[in-house]
Design a protein around this ligand. Structure first.
Ligand code: CA
Length: 228
């Protein structure tokens, strides 16, 4: 059973959503402020988080950013109350996966939850759950080592794959070249940080299509790289 956390300070909405999660076959957990929200993410390890933006203690943007910075990649659907928030959320600078605007219908919410969960987990023909990391058009099947942009399969070397996986699993987190060397090539690897740059360049070439700029890996000047 998939576990879903709703962080929402309005008790009516929280209770209504929790009730409907249950009737739709999910395990629902509620948190009423930002601090509780973060705590419950760590304690309960939900499969998906519904995150209100205006919250006591800590707002939804900060929660989202904090989780991504600590490498937590749980899918997040932001709950927005104002139209001006939508632009921010859609910019994905906070690392959210989707958003829904208040007031929302329960059926719409359930459809969004299903869609986001499906993007993360697909069941293979053999019935095993597989992990798929999806960012816009990019899909990474972790078990099968398959990478697609749209319908197009991308042929990556093992190191390119691991580098991409590392960045995408921690989207929004800035890695230094040394950190990437350590996590992809291993601490014992005696190579230079330039190795990372070369692999990033190849990755970018492979991920971009039709002369378009690669939209998945960002260079952070003087620091390193992050997935966006
Ligand atoms: Ca609120």
């Amino acid at each position: 059973m998939k576990k879903i956390l709703i962080v929402e300070d309005e008790p009516n909405i929280r209770e209504l959503v929790l009730y409907n999660l249950k009737t739709n076959g999910y395990e629902g957990i509620g948190a009423e402020d930002g601090i509780m929200g973060i705590t419950k993410v760590h304690l309960e390890k939900p499969d998906l988080i519904l995150l209100d933006i205006m919250l006591p203690e800590k707002n939804g943007y900060d929660i989202c950013r904090e989780l991504r910075e600590e490498g937590n990649n749980t899918p997040i659907i932001m709950i927005t109350a104002k139209t001006e928030e939508v632009d921010k959320v859609l910019g994905l600078e906070f690392g959210a996966d989707d958003y829904i605007s208040k007031p929302f219908g329960i059926r719409e919410l359930m459809a969004r939850i299903k869609a986001v969960l499906r993007r993360y987990n697909v069941t293979s023909a053999s019935g095993e759950e597989e992990t798929v990391i999806s960012v816009r058009d990019l899909n990474i099947n972790v078990e099968r080592h398959e990478v697609k942009v749209g319908q197009k399969e991308i042929d990556l070397t093992l190191k390119e794959f691991e580098l991409l996986k590392c960045l995408m699993e921690n989207r929004g987190h800035v890695f230094t070249r040394d950190q990437l060397l350590n996590s992809v090539w291993g601490i014992d690897y005696a190579g230079e940080t330039r190795t990372v740059d070369v692999h990033i360049r190849h990755l970018r070439q492979k991920l971009s299509s039709g002369g378009k700029e690669d939209e998945y890996i960002e260079t952070i000047r003087g620091k390193g790289y992050k997935a966006k």
